[in-house]
Ligand binder design. Structure first.
Ligand SMILES: C[S@@+](CC[C@H](N)C(=O)[O-])C[C@H]1O[C@@H](n2cnc3c(N)ncnc32)[C@H](O)[C@@H]1O
Length: 325
């Protein structure tokens, strides 16, 4: 393709999916999100992206051609980490995604979600989405990928749905010789950094520090339901919220896992490294808001692998169109 393919990004959040696609060679032109802090992050880091801050239900796509529509509709209703209410209205936002695809008719699209969207309980959403796409002439591929298989120092399983208008995209292949990146390799140097963006350690209460000092790597504190990560393995999934108090009460805020050698939770920057965000990507808003953006994101390195596979498919599809014409 002569130009970098243009992306319309829905539910953009803190931009993990988009910067991964950028690494692969795509150009995000417009983004949509209704969260003010996420929009501030996008505008701060990429002033050239047009950011529509508001409800996707009110978004009318701008005229002009987009090669790719991407997005990860909210997944709390599908998530295996939450209660997973099947009637959660957020479970139906993929229909908005489809409405926009129907209007834009991009050459390809990418939808990501928690693996729970493909579970038995929620599979009807996925099936309906696929059928609607097929009725427009798209060929659909989907599967669950683990970010750790693509150089991300974290096990994080995500459902990836790809579709091509008149051609069938492929998911990126997992190399049998891939190396799993250990957490220490990703965040070890940050232990010595006192002043670094989005890297302010939490001031935990002394009794919490005392408990976590005794915790072994891989062990979970049953009171707070939080584990200490291993230094020599990829981290478990970083989540957007998900904290629990000592009596099992659900806590607001950002509650990532515990550092492998320090008696505190990971900072936002350490969590962002575990998600494979580059250090020059700055998160705006309160610490809770920053953590939410990090925990909700598609790891950029996973997005880049999917993006390269899409780019390859787009180029082959363009070539065969030329040969037929
Ligand atoms: C799972 S996150 C997306 C993460 C993003 N793909 C990334 O890689 O960083 C879902 C996003 O959808 C946004 N959102 C939820 N409901 C929305 C709505 N009705 N309209 C617009 N955005 C919405 C949330 O603010 C959140 O940022």
């Amino acid at each position: 393709m002569k130009h970098a393919p243009k992306v319309l990004s829905l539910f953009t959040g803190g931009g993990g999916l988009d910067i991964g696609l950028e690494m692969a060679g795509f150009d995000t032109v417009a983004c949509v999100d209704n969260d003010n802090d996420s929009c501030s992050t996008l505008r701060f880091n990429r002033p050239q992206w047009t950011v529509f801050e508001g409800d996707v239900r009110e978004f009318q796509p701008p005229s002009g051609k987009f090669d790719l529509v991407v997005g990860g509709p909210p997944c709390q209703g599908f998530s295996t980490a939450g209660k997973g209410n099947p009637n959660d209205p957020r479970n139906f936002l993929w229909r908005e995604y489809f409405r926009i695809v129907e209007r834009v008719r991009p050459r390809a699209l990418l939808l990501e979600n928690v693996s729970g969207m493909a579970s038995k309980k929620n599979a009807h959403h996925l099936e309906e989405f696929k059928q609607k796409l097929e009725s427009l002439g798209y060929q659909v591929t989907s599967g669950i990928l683990d970010a750790a298989d693509f150089g991300v120092p974290q096990h994080r399983k995500r459902l990836i749905v790809l579709a091509g208008l008149g051609w069938k995209p492929q998911l990126p292949a997992v190399e049998p010789s891939r190396r799993l990146v250990p957490a220490r390799e990703a965040i070890g140097d940050l232990q010595r950094r006192k002043v670094f963006p989005n890297h302010q350690p939490n001031d935990h209460a002394p009794h919490v520090v005392a408990r976590w000092e005794k915790l072994a790597q891989g062990e979970v504190d049953p009171n707070y339901r939080r584990g200490r990560i291993y230094s020599d393995r990829p981290s478990p999934t970083i989540r957007a919220g998900g904290g629990y108090g000592p009596k099992g009460d659900h806590l607001a805020g950002f509650h990532p896992p515990i550092h492998y050698s320090l008696p505190r939770q990971l900072t936002v920057r350490e969590s962002a490294r575990i998600q494979s965000f580059p250090d020059d990507w700055i998160f705006c808003g309160s610490k809770t808001a920053q953590g939410r953006q990090v925990g909700n994101a598609v790891p950029p390195l996973l997005a880049a692998a999917v993006g390269r596979s899409l780019l390859d498919g787009l180029a082959k599809a363009a070539l065969s169109e030329k040969l037929v014409a």
